[in-house]
Design a protein around this ligand. Structure first.
Ligand SMILES: Cc1ncc(COP(=O)(O)O)c(C=O)c1O
Length: 379
């Protein structure tokens, strides 16, 4: 139950047993065509989607190295570890990252972004981490940010690695020029591939201003996509797995998958609060995919998570940086349903009790169960 890699179904694992085929032959072109159709449906886009043999960081890096140049200025939301990393990656290409900040556990507001657009001229782009995996806070004004960026003539780029497939992300409707997704989170696929959706506007810019890069060179990807190929050898088993994962998501229905994430997150938040725990993120901004919880006084992080694993086989993540040892995080992503929520809550409550914290486990389970009753029978 970590915020990635998440549980992968047997069906998706089995998809990787597909024979290793020639990636310059017709079988791969057919497979790629089918994968891209599913990917575009998941991004809800008529634009391009590029699948990279890289983890999510590669997709984020491609969104930076292909769009930005030395001397550009961009806005970047910074309200956690991943926002800070994004700002650093932007600075690495010589661009100036103007941070729109908030304290951790909260997010900047849309007004903060509006003011930053008013105070700074000639902004090339707005970069947003839609879901801060380190704090469990997520941006609730993506659509409005798309309008702001487009009015300002800036590109809108979203690192949606930890909530793509768990939150509503119609990239064309939200005017997102580049959206980055990772395979190993809500898409419930193995780690190692990532995807970028690219708007026509961003594509034109990138093609007309090709970056001096070899591997993460998006114009090459566009050129090879014309024959349903990738410029370099793709991680074939991971492409087959991703194809199956997307098929499972689209079969369930994107709206139902997103509703399931929202119901499971709600069941987690309600159950954990009923147990007597305090959430790290503010209620208004809390994430539907990453649940961050403050440790109660006296509970040691390493001991708690080791016991949870040894006694119940439940694996959770700890805190990052300055929150190391202060909070723990649950990934409520991908293959998540009633079983995962109830088993995880039970394990957390029983472990806390053993460690001296009087968790109200019965109350938590009964409240969460009533919320989970909104799920379809199979979830
Ligand atoms: C919001 C966010 N951005 C970027 C990344 C980096 O992704 P990866 O570890 O797949 O390179 C992560 C990983 O957890 C993330 O949560």
């Amino acid at each position: 139950m970590t915020p990635g890699p998440t549980n992968v179904s047997t069906e998706v694992m089995q998809a990787m047993l597909h024979p290793i085929i020639n990636h310059r032959g017709p079988a791969f072109a057919a497979a790629m065509d089918s994968l891209l159709i599913k990917a575009k449906n998941t991004f809800q886009t008529k634009g391009d989607v590029v699948v990279l043999t890289s983890s999510g960081t590669g997709a984020v890096e491609a969104s930076i190295t292909n769009l930005l140049r030395d001397g550009d200025s961009v806005l970047v939301t910074a309200f956690g570890e991943f926002g800070e990393r994004l700002a650093d990656q932007i600075q690495d290409v010589g661009a100036t990252a103007i941070r729109v900040e908030s304290e951790y556990g909260n997010t900047p507001t849309l007004d903060n972004v509006r003011e930053a657009f008013e105070q700074n001229e000639e902004l090339k782009a707005l970069y947003v981490v839609s879901n801060e995996t380190s704090t469990g806070a997520s941006i609730k004004w993506l659509k409005e940010a798309g309008d702001l960026a487009s009015k300002a003539g800036a590109f809108f780029v979203v690192d949606a690695i930890s909530n793509f497939g768990g939150d509503w992300m119609p990239v064309d409707e939200y005017k997102i020029d580049i959206c980055c997704a990772g395979s190993q989170k809500c898409l419930a696929s193995p780690p190692g591939v990532s995807m970028l959706s690219i708007s026509e506007k961003a594509k034109q810019f990138i093609v007309n201003n090709p970056p001096k890069r070899h591997y993460l060179n998006l114009p090459r990807y566009f050129k090879y996509a014309e024959k349903n190929e990738t410029p370099f050898t793709p991680a074939l088993p991971l492409y087959f797995a991703l194809d199956r994962s997307l098929e499972i998501i689209l079969d369930e229905g994107l709206d139902r998958v997103i509703e399931r994430h929202a119901i499971c997150a709600n069941a987690f938040y309600s159950g954990l609060s009923e147990m007597g725990l305090k959430m790290f993120a503010k209620t208004e901004v809390r994430s539907n995919t990453v649940i961050a919880i403050n440790y109660p006084e006296g509970v040691n992080d390493k001991e708690f998570r080791a016991k949870l694993d040894a006694d119940y086989g439940v694996i959770l993540a700890g805190g990052f940086g300055r929150y190391l040892g202060k909070l723990f995080r649950i990934g409520s992503m991908g293959v998540v349903g009633r079983y995962h929520v109830i088993a995880t809550l039970t394990a957390i409550g029983m472990t806390l009790k053993k460690m001296g914290f009087e968790a109200n486990v019965d109350g938590a389970l009964s409240l969460s169960s009533s919320i989970l009753s909104k799920l379809s029978r199979s979830a």
